[in-house]
Structures are given as structure tokens and as C-alpha cells.
Design a protein around this ligand. Structure first.
Ligand code: PMP
Length: 388
């Protein structure tokens, strides 16, 4: 049957986006495509809420966007503070280390966030060039509030870099107002475009810091010296070339950004919050426990759920899959086989989540769990009714 893809990226894409992807490929310097690229850069600023930001669209994945931030902003020996709430925090440290950064990692205990006091205590030791935040760590489903951290970064004259791969276009982000210097993502999550684009927005301050580098960027492909003239050219609707852009993906990106802006970011964030809250109510009604210790730090783009005691995780996932609902296993190595993850971002609707809860509930009942059929659907519905 037709499968419902409910992993934390790639997600279910809007039909218009997939249609755009299937259009005849044009030249990357065709006037129509130049307009599409330029417009995409402009629409990104609306989604990021960064009217002053420098937008980059480059072929690659979210990891390339992280690599690009590190390669361009960090020089050998620079101190960087990594605030980690899971697997992707550690990845940022690995990337930064590769460019010779002197990294300090603050790791939150499992299911928690790093307290602001601990961050300030580190920043006080002085001279951090940058700090990184994972907005939503997809391995744990933990949501970090970037606003007070960005404020601290400004206080200590440190650049703030937000890994927004699992948050941009799903969670609240106000880049300029919050003073975030870099906010980056990949196309396949809440932005709603098949995998293959690295998207990044840099503040004026980040671009100044980059311009003042003393050493060359140690990565040819990621070097903004190569990409900035291209972004400027597209924005000024002029042809240019460095590396051939992913023409079809960018046509799809413009389509998706238009859909996002038509809904409006504020409404879109509220939809994610409402559906996530109702979904957590459904999960709780199945006597399942979520990974984040409190609801305040539970992501609105995905939910990480522990398997119930005595249930074989692989068996549960395969039963869920037999209902044509695809969810994801664990990612964090320490607990990989004890939890699973459900993505609910982008085009997600209450219909999708009713199907997911139904599939999970049926799978648990088939595996002999002592739960009441219909409870999760009722809890989900009640939460939606309460909020409307
Ligand atoms: N950061 C976060 C928070 C992510 O969720 C992901 C992807 N799951 C990445 C970075 C890496 O993105 P990609 O897989 O597109 O390289």
C-alpha cells in the first residue's frame, strides 16, 4: 500500500513540490531559473526572520551546512563552545575539531538541556569565538530555547551558530531579533523539499568575522569566497557559475518556500506546537514514556519515545511498518535499541498523526501490551478539541 513516511526527515512532501521537482531541467543561467533562485533567497529571509541575513543555497546535506559554518568562521586554535543535547551536538564538535578549533563541549544529561548558568560559566572563562546550539536534536527530540543563549553569546562577544536542521520552518525562529549569527538547515525536514540542499543564513556580524580571517578557508567547496558572488549574482538576477546548482531541487525549494510563506511562519509554528502536544497526549495515553524529561523541552517537530518494558523494539517497528506507517528507530548509541522516533513536521496534519497513533496502538495490542484500544486516539482528539 501507499506508505506514510513519518520519520524525522525526509518527510512527506507537498504534491506541488514533487511536481516542481519533475519539471524539465533548465540551464542554471536561464532567466527563469535565475528568478527562481533569487526569489528563493528572498523567501528564505522571511522564513528565518532575517531581513538582514546573507542566505546561502548550496547542493549538499544539512551536514554540509554545518561544515560550511565551521570552515568559514573558525580558524586554527579558535575556542568554540558546543552545547550538546545528543548525537548532532557531538557531530558539530567533530566538524569543528577537524578545522583545528579548540572545542569545549557541554553535554546535557540524557533527556535534559544544559542550564544557562553552566553556559555562562564557560563563556566567562573568556575568548570563545563561537558557540553552537542544536535547536532540536533529532536523536533525542530535545528542544533548546536558543533565545537566552544567543543573548549570552552577544554579552560575551561570541558568535552563535544554530543547527536548525530539525527546526527551521517548524519551530519558532527569529534570527535577527534573537541575534543568532548563523541558522542552518537541510532541505528534507520542515522546509519540505527532498534531500540535497544545504541552506544557511549568516548575520552581518558573521560575514564581517569571516571577512577578517587571517588564514584561508580550509575547504574548497564550502568556502564562501566561492559562493558569496554566486548568491549575490542570483539576488541581483545576473547569471553566474561556481558549481552547477541542483536546478530541480531549487525549483522545488521555491515552491515549498511559497507554500510556507502562504501559511505564514507564525501559524505554521502554532500548527507544529498544537499537533506535537496532541501527539504527546496520545503517546502518554498508551502508557509510553517520551525521552525529554519535561514537556517544555519536547520538540514540536519530532517525538522520541521509549519502547515499553518487555517489548522487542524491532518487532514493534516492523508491526507498525506493516500498517504502512514508517517511523524511525533510535539514533543515540547509548540507548539506540530502547527507543524510537516519529517525525511530525512540514506538511504534517492531524490525519497523519491519527494514522500513526492507530498503527502504534494496533502494533502494541498485537504484541500483547495491556492497553485500551482507542485511548491514544481519544487523548489526541481531546487535546485538539481543547485547543480549538
Ligand atoms: N543536525 C540535525 C539536528 C539533524 O537532524 C540532521 C539530520 N538528521 C543533521 C544535522 C544532518 O543533516 P543531514 O543528514 O542532512 O546531513
Amino acid at each position: 500500500g501507499r506508505k506514510l513516511l513519518m520519520i524525522p526527515g525526509p518527510i512527506e512532501f507537498e504534491p506541488e513540490v514533487l511536481q516542481a521537482l519533475g519539471m524539465s531541467t533548465t540551464s542554471h543561467v536561464a532567466p527563469d531559473f535565475i528568478e527562481v533562485f533569487g526569489n528563493s533567497l528572498e523567501l528564505m529571509r522571511k522564513v528565518w526572520k532575517s531581513p538582514k541575513g546573507q542566505a546561502f543555497i548550496v547542493s549538499g546535506t544539512g551536514t554540509l551546512a554545518m561544515d560550511m559554518a565551521a570552515a568559514n568562521l573558525i580558524e586554527q586554535g579558535d575556542r568554540v563552545l558546543v552545547i550538546s543535547t545528543g548525537y548532532f551536538g557531538k557531530r558539530f564538535k567533530d566538524i569543528l575539531d577537524r578545522y583545528g578549533a579548540n572545542t569545549t563541549i557541554l553535554e546535557a544529561p540524557l533527556g535534559e538541556v544544559v542550564p544557562l548558568e553552566a553556559i555562562e560559566k564557560e563563556l566567562k572563562t573568556g575568548s570563545f569565538k563561537a558557540l553552537t546550539i542544536t535547536h532540536v536534536d533529532t536523536s533525542t527530540g530535545i528542544l533548546v530555547d536558543p533565545k537566552p543563549i544567543a543573548k549570552l553569546a552577544q554579552k560575551y562577544n561570541t558568535l552563535s551558530i544554530l543547527d536548525g536542521v530539525c527546526s527551521v520552518a517548524g519551530e519558532e525562529i527569529n534570527q535577527d531579533e534573537w541575534g543568532l549569527d548563523v541558522v542552518l538547515t537541510g532541505s528534507q525536514k520542515a522546509i519540505g523539499v527532498p534531500p540535497g540542499l544545504a541552506l544557511l543564513m549568516a548575520s552581518e556580524k558573521a560575514m564581517e568575522v569571516w571577512k577578517k580571517r587571517k588564514t584561508p578557508v580550509c575547504n574548497y567547496y564550502a568556502d564562501w569566497n566561492n559562493w558569496l558572488p554566486i548568491m549575490t549574482a542570483y539576488e541581483e538576477r545576473r547569471p553566474s557559475y561556481f558549481g552547477t546548482p541542483a536546478v530541480n531541487l531549487i525549483v522545488a525549494l521555491e515552491t515549498s518556500l511559497k507554500i510556507i510563506c502562504k501559511e505564514g511562519m507564525d501559524k505554521r509554528v502554532k500548527r507544529h506546537q498544537l499537533l506535537a502536544k496532541a501527539f504527546r497526549a496520545g503517546i502518554t495515553a498508551l502508557d509510553l514514556e517520551i525521552l525529554p524529561k519535561t514537556k517544555q523541552i519536547a520538540a514540536n517537530t519530532l517525538t522520541a519515545v521509549y519502547y515499553p518494558k518487555g517489548i522487542d523494539g524491532a518487532a514493534l517497528l516492523s508491526k507498525i511498518a506493516s500498517s504502512d506507517v514508517i517511523v524511525a528507530g533510535g539514533l543515540l548509541s547509548e540507548i539506540k535499541t530502547s527507543y524510537f522516533r516519529i517525525g511530525h513536521m512540514g506538511s504534517v496534519s492531524s490525519n497523519d498523526l491519527l494514522a500513526v497513533l492507530g498503527a502504534i496502538e494496533r502494533a502494541l495490542l498485537e504484541l500483547g501490551q495491556n492497553i485500551v484500544s482507542g485511548n491514544s486516539l481519544q487523548a489526541f482528539q481531546n487535546e485538539l478539541l481543547r485547543s480549538n
